[in-house]
Design a protein around this ligand. Structure first.
Ligand SMILES: NC(=O)c1ccc[n+]([C@@H]2O[C@H](COP(=O)([O-])OP(=O)(O)OC[C@H]3O[C@@H](n4cnc5c(N)ncnc54)[C@H](O)[C@@H]3O)[C@@H](O)[C@H]2O)c1
Length: 281
């Protein structure tokens, strides 16, 4: 089995920068590719900020921080991708853009390099049809990826067992706990999460309890770190609405968001990033 020494992360946004950080912290060299050098450098600054907080909290010393940062190379080209052991894609959630990237990298990367996508909603089998279907896998990280332990590992129809085994080993090598999941809409976590959120919205719609009390009930009664309304605001209702649509198409009315959700969406109360959602910020 290949030891993962060098990783190519594509996309240095919210997920990509944190995934790059996980790999560099585990001692791997990381090429972090963006559409411009400016965005790649911005991703590296994000990593710097996260590491600085760890130093302030005494979880890391300054030399360790510099060593981790030194292993991340921000870039706008494919330079060096010829010897990465795995590519993890975390770019826009648009199938054509993702497939074009994998086609381009197929011509550059060594034959045994694995291709992984962090997609939340696109079929892994469909993505894998662009290049290297036997060596293609879904690796679904959770935000913030440097803190959240879980990775859903999703083989496509043609993914080889060796790819699955190597992907599970890769997740463990970067300190994550992988769970293997079939290629279905929403995978495991988003199906459970959106079902729970929908039930919380219905409880509000029916006047059973207030927003604050439903959140408190989930936190103190279920041990959740945040309640469903606060979490919806953090994720943003516009993004949730897209995921509801995908799950609704796949599984029917049980994922149809109730009126009160759509009313909030229409009013522009989409969450923390808008300064207002279920709560005011
Ligand atoms: N945000 C989440 O909580 C979350 C959780 C799990 C999975 N995901 C998935 O991760 C992926 C990225 O999401 P995000 O929230 O980090 O998005 P983001 O918008 O923060 O970052 C995406 C980045 O990709 C870059 N990019 C676009 N096309 C590119 C290309 N061809 N080459 C290189 N870089 C390119 C963009 O410039 C941008 O910086 C999506 O597929 C999303 O569904 C997101």
């Amino acid at each position: 089995m290949v030891a993962f020494k060098k990783v190519g992360v594509v996309g240095a946004g919210m997920m990509g920068a944190e995934i790059a950080l996980c790999c560099a912290t585990a001692g791997m060299d990381v090429l972090m590719k963006e559409i411009s050098q400016e965005l790649a450098d911005k991703g590296k600054k994000t990593i710097d900020k996260i590491l600085s907080k760890s130093v302030e909290k005494g979880k890391l010393d300054a030399a360790e921080k510099e060593a981790i940062l030194g292993r991340v190379t921000p870039q706008a080209s494919n330079d060096g991708f010829e010897d990465v052991d795995i590519v993890i894609e975390a770019i826009l959630e648009v199938i054509d853009i993702k497939q074009n990237l994998f086609k381009e990298l197929h011509a550059v990367c060594k034959p045994d390099c694995l291709f992984a996508s962090n997609t939340s909603s696109i079929s892994i089998t469909k993505l894998a049809s662009a290049a290297r279907p036997e060596q293609f896998i879904g690796l679904h990280f959770f935000s913030p990826a440097s803190i959240m332990k879980l990775v859903e590992v999703i083989p496509g129809l043609m993914t080889a067992q060796e790819t699955v085994d190597m992907s599970l080993a890769f997740c463990e090598a970067i300190g994550k706990k992988p769970v293997k999941v079939r290629n279905v809409e929403g995978f495991v976590v988003n199906r459970i999460l959106l079902a729970m959120m929908n039930e919380a919205y219905r409880l509000l719609d029916e006047g059973v309890a207030t927003i604050e009390d439903i959140d408190t009930a989930c936190m103190l009664g279920l041990g959740h770190p945040v309640g469903p309304f606060r979490l919806s605001d953090n994720i943003s209702l516009d993004l949730l609405s897209k995921v509801f649509d995908i799950l609704n198409d796949a599984y029917g009315d049980r994922f149809k968001a109730p009126g009160i959700f759509r009313e909030h969406l229409d009013a522009g109360r989409i969450g923390r990033k808008a300064g207002k959602g279920w709560y005011d910020y």
